[in-house]
Every structure is written in structure tokens, then in C-alpha cells.
Write a protein that binds this ligand. Structure first.
Ligand code: NAP
Length: 290
């Protein structure tokens, strides 16, 4: 039995789609009623890192687990690992982050990921670490202004990032959970090229067939935007991470997706094409404006 935590999240949802159909599968979420599109044979279980009994239930009979945590300052990883040890879990594949390997990255989120990686390595359970660069899906945060105004507003127009399609992270996770040979390995995951926000905007415009304008945000504007979505310490961590991008620390391209899955990592253009609907004005709005 494989347990997928974060099964309603960006990567976990894709992982559920790409695990082989004959693998017994259990999806964990705090609210099972919110899980859509579950493979017929999969179980859905209620589980919360803050509730040890729910973790014990979720982990009963589980051999391999995909671990996603995202709350800095929580004990989520420690709680999960303790329950996993008690349940006899043999293998954990953890979603971490590429910045962990950057000696110049010292923001809160990266420090927490480093600590959590250490907990897993010291857990006695066979581990695999996935360290993705920025998810291409972060660009969905551009959708509202693209739809409404044909404008992308972002920090750092020219700084490159080798961002990765979450479907490729999921494909590597599926291999690591179901094949031998991934234990004790760190998989650094990127897309096929490093693009700046200006270059991504140009590709998105081509894919959508509409002109888009890029407006670069200053640091204060970016901070104000982040503070509308995140607590202050998380917003500061994201700004600090952006500074590493400005310094060129996020441009390196890895071949891991190709090496592990046997096919090239998806490009931003492909991701944008597959998500064009999110950026296109709704049919009703187009008609109303015509
Ligand atoms: N975005 C990026 O560019 C990027 C880059 C590198 C690494 N990462 C890392 O990727 C991870 C986030 O992955 P993601 O984007 O796939 O996730 P996500 O879309 O942010 O979803 C978070 C998931 O965590 C689950 N969750 C939240 N609180 C929980 C709790 N108390 N107990 C159990 N489950 C809980 C949620 O499930 P329910 O709400 O259904 O319970 C949800 O499925 C983070 O560790 C982040 O640092 C992100």
C-alpha cells in the first residue's frame, strides 16, 4: 500500500494520476469530501499531521509514503515520521526544495526544509528526497491580471529560473515509490531551460495568441502583494528566496527528469498550453466585450 499525503495539493494530485493502476493506493487529506477524481480502487482517508491518531489510521498497512508538508514552524514532519516508524513504513519519498542545496539560501522555508530532510535521513526509514526548482504552476497567480488586463506583474523580470512542471515531479515521485534503486538518493528536478519572467510572459502570449505586457514590481510592491497572501515571516522568506534568483542561483538545468522517466522534462510552453484555459478570458466576458 502506498500513502499519498498532500493528495489534494499541486504535486500529490498529479502523483495520484501517474501511479500504476495496480498499486494499492491510499490518499490522505484533512477533508475527504473535498477529494475529486479518485482512481476507482484508491482509498481516501482523513488525516491531519496535528492528530496522531489520524496518522496511525492513515498509515496502517502502508509500505511506501509520499510526504508533503508546508507549514514552517510546525512539527508536521516529526509527527508523520514517528507514526510511520510505528506503522512499519519501509520507504518515504519526500517533497523538499532545490534551495536546500544552495549554500547562499538561508530563508525560513529553506531552513525548515533542511531540518525536515535531516529528520527523515535520521528516521531509520529508507528515504528519497525530491528537490524541485520553482513549480511552473506558480504562474497561475498571474491568471487574474492576464485575464482582466493582459498584464503580468512580477518581481525580477530578467532573472532566470529553471522552473519545473509539477507533473514531472509527480512522475519522478511515482518511480521512486514503485521502483528499486532510489533509496538514499536526492533527485534535483528542473525544467528543460531557465527562463525569466519576461521570457515566460512572451511564451504565454504566443500560446494564448494575445499580446501581454510585463510590468516589473519593485520590492515594496512585491512585499505588499505577498503580505496579502501569506504571514509576514513567509512573505519575507519568499522575498529572500527571490534575491537568490536575482543573484543567478536558480538557473541551473538538471537532467534528472529525463534520466529517471526516460522522457524530457516538459517545457514552460507545454505547461502554458496545457493550462491556457486558466489565463483565457471566460467565453461570457469575451462575448460581452465584443
Ligand atoms: N511552489 C513551489 O514553487 C515549490 C518549489 C519547491 C518546493 N516546494 C515545496 O512543495 C511543498 C508543497 O507542495 P504542493 O504545492 O504540492 O502542496 P500544496 O498544493 O501547497 O498543498 C498542500 C497539501 O498539504 C496538505 N496539508 C496541509 N496541511 C495539512 C495538515 N495539517 N495535515 C495533513 N495534510 C495537510 C493539504 O491537504 P488538505 O488541505 O486536503 O488536507 C494539501 O494537499 C512545500 O513543501 C514546498 O516547500 C514548492
Amino acid at each position: 500500500m502506498i500513502l499519498v499525503t498532500g493528495a489534494t495539493g499541486t504535486v500529490g494530485r498529479e502523483l495520484v494520476r501517474c501511479l500504476p493502476a495496480d498499486v494499492p493506493l491510499r490518499l490522505m487529506t484533512r477533508d475527504p469530501s473535498r477529494v475529486g477524481d479518485v482512481p476507482a480502487e484508491a482509498e481516501v482517508v482523513g488525516g491531519d499531521y496535528a492528530d496522531p491518531d489520524s496518522l496511525a489510521r492513515a498509515l496502517r498497512g502502508v509500505r511506501g509514503a509520499f510526504l508533503v508538508t508546508s507549514r514552517p514552524g510546525s512539527e508536521d514532519d516529526a509527527a508523520f515520521l514517528s507514526a510511520a516508524r510505528a506503522a512499519g513504513v519501509a520507504r518515504i519519498v519526500k517533497l523538499s526544495a532545490a534551495a536546500v542545496a544552495d549554500p547562499g539560501a538561508d530563508d525560513l522555508i529553506t531552513r525548515v526544509q533542511r531540518d525536515n530532510e535531516r529528520l527523515l535521513r535520521e528516521s531509520g526509514i529508507a528515504w528519497t528526497l525530491l528537490r524541485p526548482r520553482a513549480f511552473m504552476s506558480n504562474r497561475l497567480s498571474w491568471a487574474a491580471s492576464v485575464r482582466a488586463e493582459g498584464v503580468v506583474r512580477a518581481l525580477l523580470g530578467d532573472a532566470p529560473n529553471a522552473s519545473v512542471d509539477p507533473r514531472d515531479i509527480a512522475a519522478v515521485a511515482a518511480r521512486a515509490l514503485t521502483e528499486e534503486g532510489h533509496e538514499g538518493r536526492v533527485h534535483a528536478l528542473t525544467g528543460p531551460e531557465a527562463l525569466s519572467a519576461v521570457e515566460q510572459t512572451a511564451q504565454l502570449a504566443e500560446v494564448l495568441g494575445v499580446p501581454l505586457r510585463f510590468e516589473e514590481l519593485g520590492w515594496d510592491e512585491a512585499r505588499a502583494q505577498l503580505l496579502r497572501r501569506y504571514p509576514a515571516r513567509v512573505a519575507e522568506a519568499l522575498l529572500s528566496s527571490a534575491r537568490r534568483q536575482a543573484e543567478g542561483a536558480k538557473a541551473r538545468v538538471e537532467q534528472t527528469v529525463q534520466e529517471i522517466t526516460g522522457r524530457p522534462a516538459r517545457s514552460f510552453r507545454t505547461w502554458a498550453g496545457d493550462h491556457a484555459g486558466a489565463f483565457a478570458p471566460a467565453a461570457a466576458e469575451v462575448t460581452a466585450e465584443a
